[in-house]
Design a protein around this ligand. Structure first.
Ligand code: GTP
Ligand code: MG
Length: 421
């Protein structure tokens, strides 16, 4: 299986998580198709097959088709609902998460995007900044994604003109300033996903551009989180031949065989006897690794977060967060489901401190009774015991999703986990 092979190799190669955002029709799917195609992650038969299909429908051959057909294929095999695809360059493995359209971004925070090392914002050179470009940028800032590459796409449609690229670039820079978004690494790349300009292949039509291609930029991405205290998110506990294995993902720091661990909120403790990956055993596991560990305690549950006894994760019943609302409304006193990592708990909207405009970042109201679709807000949440971390310290456990009647109604980040707020 592809996934097993990938997981095994991840131990040696860096696995970079990319989230792709941008306004409807600006070319996200086409860009993924291009990355898959140019990195030779798609077999030739597949290209022919899709070309034939496209001819049948008398439609133009489009790279976006790759993505759609791949998605269907992957969906059948997978239990979690993601729209993530994998490809590899000479340097890294990439998991790239597409945002199919409006509102999907927040939904995807649950999966691929919640682990994003880097965001690629796709903006059409023809249309420039649009409503969703602004909202997505606000979210990227809220999520604290520090590496952002802006692909100014469809350059072929504006005759590869430098002036047009500069105009879009300054529109976006202005927006960044208004949000106070200080990304550590920010790059603007003039590109054409359709023609393949500056994605893998350096564009011949844009000799005025001297920066990196998109793949060169991605290959230069750095990952943080290895030197932080270890946090291990438990996905499942299963038993084979009487031996219990705890499966999960190291979200930050490093774990070694022999480490004394504690899991919260269950309170289970134990020493790591073995660290397993597909195809073998490890001495140590790092942030980003999906592993199985065996310890001499049976009380660990899905939703637990493991850490070292000397610097343990702390369960909380109240925290301060900033969230963006997708659903129609959210009222003070309302109860709903909150998900963070693999934990699912009941939570109450204890207090709404500020209501914020998600297109401009401005505070609209203090202590409102409710907020509405697209609003952002600073909220005090009361929850069942749960491990969260300050987003600024361990982002992977500082992001959450709000679920109402089975639907994702909002998402946010943890500002503070120690009251009073
Ligand atoms: P949603 O998933 O609906 O948000 O759209 P998307 O961002 O995934 O856009 P998609 O890739 O489906 O492309 C939208 C349209 O733009 C399609 O007709 C593409 O063929 C076209 N398109 C994408 N990239 C380019 C490009 O580089 N140049 C030109 N001229 N057209 C492009
Ligand atoms: Mg799309």
């Amino acid at each position: 299986m592809l996934r097993e092979k990938v997981l095994w190799k991840v131990v040696k190669m860096m696995n970079v998580n990319v989230v792709l955002v941008g306004h409807v029709d600006h070319g996200k799917s086409t860009l993924i198709g291009r990355l898959l195609y140019d990195s030779e992650s798609i077999k030739d038969e597949r290209v022919e097959e899709i070309q034939k299909l496209a001819e049948e429908y008398k439609r133009r051959f489009e790279f976006a088709y790759f993505l759609d057909s791949f998605e269907d294929e992957l969906k059948e095999e997978r239990t979690i609902d993601t729209v993530s695809l994998m490809f590899k360059s000479k340097k890294n493995y990439y998991t790239i998460t597409d945002v199919p359209g409006h509102k999907e971004f927040i939904k995807n925070m649950l999966t691929g995007a919640s682990h994003a090392d880097v965001a690629v914002l796709v903006v059409s050179a023809e249309e420039g900044v649009q409503e969703q470009t602004r909202r997505h940028m606000f979210l990227l800032k809220m999520l604290g994604i520090k590496q952002v590459f802006v692909a100014v796409n469809k350059m072929d449609a504006v005759e590869y003109k430098k002036e047009r690229f500069e105009t879009v670039k300054s529109q976006i820079s202005e927006l960044l300033n208004s949000f106070g978004y200080a990304a550590k690494k920010m790059l603007f790349i003039p590109a054409s996903a359709m023609e393949g300009d500056n994605i893998y292949r350096r564009s011949e039509g844009m000799e005025w551009y001297e920066g990196p291609t998109l793949i060169e930029a991605l290959d230069g991405v750095t990952q943080e989180g290895r030197e932080k205290p270890p946090r291990f998110v438990v996905q499942d506990v299963y038993e084979v031949n009487g031996e219990k294995t705890i499966a999960g993902r190291v979200e930050s720091g490093m774990l070694r065989r022999g480490d004394e661990m504690v899991f919260e909120p269950s309170g289970a403790e134990g020493e790591i006897e073995e660290i397993k990956v597909f195809g073998g055993e490890l001495e140590e596991a790092r942030a980003g690794d999906s592993i199985g560990i065996t310890i001499n305690d049976g009380g660990v549950r899905r939703g637990d977060v493991g850490g070292l006894i000397g610097n343990p994760p702390k369960p909380t019943k109240e925290f301060l967060g900033e969230a963006v609302l997708l659903g129609k409304e959210l009222k003070r006193g309302e109860t709903l489901e909150l998900r963070c990592g693999t934990a699912k708990v009941r939570c109450e909207i204890k207090e709404i401190k500020e209501k914020i405009d998600s297109e401009t970042g401005a505070v609209m109201e203090r202590n409102p009774e409710e907020i509405n679709e697209h609003d952002a807000a600073i909220i005090v949440f009361a929850t069942e015991p749960l491990v969260v971390e300050k987003f600024a310290e361990i982002p992977e456990l500082g992001r959450f999703v709000l679920v109402k009647d089975g639907k994702n109604t909002g998402a946010g980040v943890v500002l503070d986990a120690t009251s009073p707020f």
